[in-house]
Every structure is written in structure tokens, then in C-alpha cells.
Design a protein around this ligand. Structure first.
Ligand SMILES: N[C@@H](CCC[C@H](N)C(=O)O)C(=O)O
Length: 293
């Protein structure tokens, strides 16, 4: 029987980005890719990202988070999921523990301070963007990642040229388009996600800049597919847009699930503000894990 059998979970969302939160603090169990896929396969615990809480690693932090995609792969960042975890750790009657200050969460990509703005709204300090080609990572050396090249021959959209690349602790490629709604994410997204020029794959965004403080964005997520929102993609897009002079350093990013406010502060940290929503809680059935190690 899996150590996860009968564990309590929270099914949440951040602007429709489906998030499941699992609290493994106090346990040494590490969720395997097969277990993550099994949890994703159940409609009650289905997720774009599974946020697993572990005991803190760095002194002064409140929890260490492992982030799983639907396909069982792991990511270093999930903006919408981090807000959901912050809600769980400060409001949920079972998971929350009294904290007399704002939270600091940790992932394999770094520390994420989180501030509670109101009942369901949180601001996450997503840290500094990583802009060097080998930090994103890209296969080929680029002196300037504001414009890179990907092979469009397998898509039916040859006009998609010269995207930008940014890491927010996870890799993002952003195409600048005139109409973000015009593209078939399900057809084009996987082609670019798996482009050999992206050694760790990437989240693929289609960004329409509609003003110096407004961007319309749709995202094909690495390991999860088309989602209604992606917080780290919104951060990466604002950074890339500001670097290209398309926007200022603060903008509303409008995603299918709603708006995020993103600010690239003068100290190089990117702040993301947005809501969370609890859908339901549940218990992971032992039957889910038959055959999943
Ligand atoms: N939805 C997330 C980002 C998800 C991670 C991604 N699929 C990856 O593999 O990097 C967000 O809100 O940031």
C-alpha cells in the first residue's frame, strides 16, 4: 500500500490553474512520478500541478515544496500553486499552523516569500528572473535571450519567429503575437515544448501586448498542457516584454482564468499578485495507487 493512501488533500485553483495540495510534513515519503500521475488521473484530485509540502530545509523557511506536473515530471516553480499553498498554510483549519509573519516557502529553485494581501489574495516574491542561455536552459549559446530561434517547420505557423526565453526557476519561451487567441495551443504547444533546442523542455506562451501595462497571455504548460493560467509564465512574459521595451516593469497579465498583477521590481525580484480558491478537500483512495510505485 502506498504511504499516500488515505492522505488528505485540498483541491484548489489559482485563476483556474488546477492545483492539488498535499501535506507530507512530518513524513519522509517522496511522491514518485507514478504516484503523481495516479493522483492526477482521479477526477477528484486532478491537477495541472500537485504541490507537496515537506518539512523546511533552510532555517527560517516554513516548508519545502515539491511541484509535480500531470505527467509526473517535477518543476522548480509554480506561481499559482504557491499562492494556493500559502492559503492552505495560513487559512486551512488542518494544514495551517500559527505564523506571526509572512511565509517563506522553498523549492529546488530557491526561496519564495509570500505576503497575504486579503482573505484569498497573495503576493509571491518569485525571485529574480534568470536570463542567461545556460540558466534557462537553452541548448545553443545566445548572447541575448530576448530573441532566440526555434524550428517552426513542424507547426502550421511559420510566422512564429524570434520568441524570448526566460527562467523563473522553470523554463519559459514567449512568442509575441498579434492575437493570442488565434493559435491552436494543443497543436503547436507540444511541438515547441519538445523542441531539441530546449534541453529541459519549456512552458510555451503566446503573448499579445495590448498596452504598456497590459498583456493577454495563453500558455501551453510543460508536462501539463493548456491551462487557464500560469503564474510563472505571467512573470516570465512581463520580464521579457519589459526587456524588449514593449511594456513597463508593471502590468496586468490577462489569462483565460483571470488577471494577475506582475511587477519586476528595481531590486530585480518579480512579484506576482493574484487570488486562490478552495474547491473541495478529499482523501486519496488506496485504489489509486495499485501498480503505482
Ligand atoms: N502553473 C504554474 C507553472 C507550472 C510549472 C510548469 N508546468 C513547469 O513544468 O515548469 C504556475 O502557475 O507558475
Amino acid at each position: 500500500m502506498s504511504a499516500l493512501s488515505n492522505s488528505r488533500f485540498l483541491k484548489m485553483n489559482g485563476l483556474g490553474n488546477e492545483i492539488t495540495v498535499l501535506d507530507l510534513r512530518g513524513s519522509l515519503h517522496r511522491v514518485s512520478p507514478a504516484e503523481a500521475r495516479a493522483i492526477a488521473a482521479d477526477p477528484r484530485s486532478r491537477f495541472d500541478q500537485l504541490m507537496v509540502l515537506h518539512d523546511p530545509v533552510t532555517p527560517g523557511t516554513d516548508a519545502y515544496m515539491r511541484i509535480y506536473n500531470t505527467d509526473g515530471s517535477e518543476s522548480g516553480a509554480c506561481g499559482n500553486g504557491t499562492r494556493c499553498v500559502a492559503w492552505a498554510m495560513t487559512v486551512d483549519p488542518v494544514m495551517s499552523r500559527p505564523v506571526d509573519r509572512d511565509l517563506v516557502l522553498e523549492t529546488k529553485a530557491g526561496l519564495l516569500p509570500v505576503e497575504r494581501v486579503s482573505d484569498r489574495v497573495f503576493t509571491v516574491d518569485m525571485g529574480p528572473p534568470r536570463l542567461a542561455w545556460n540558466d534557462i536552459p537553452l541548448r545553443d549559446p545566445y548572447p541575448d535571450t530576448r530573441t532566440i530561434a526555434l524550428d517552426t517547420r513542424l507547426t502550421n505557423a511559420p510566422e512564429l519567429q524570434g520568441p524570448s526565453a526566460v527562467s523563473m526557476g522553470n523554463p519559459h519561451v514567449i512568442f509575441w503575437v498579434e492575437d493570442a487567441l488565434a493559435y491552436d495551443l494543443g497543436a503547436i504547444g507540444p511541438v515547441f515544448e519538445h523542441d531539441p533546442a530546449l534541453p529541459e523542455r519549456a512552458n510555451i506562451s503566446f503573448a499579445q501586448v495590448t498596452g504598456p501595462e497590459h498583456i493577454v497571455l495563453r500558455v501551453w504548460e510543460r508536462g501539463a498542457g493548456a491551462t487557464r493560467a500560469c503564474g510563472s509564465a505571467a512573470c516570465a512574459t512581463l520580464v521579457a516584454a519589459a526587456r524588449k521595451g514593449l511594456t513597463g516593469r508593471r502590468a496586468v497579465v490577462a489569462l483565460p482564468g483571470g488577471d494577475l498583477v506582475i511587477e519586476w521590481r528595481a531590486d530585480n525580484h518579480v512579484l506576482m499578485t493574484g487570488p486562490t480558491e478552495l474547491e473541495h478537500e478529499g482523501i486519496l483512495s488506496p485504489a489509486l495507487f495499485t501498480g503505482a510505485a
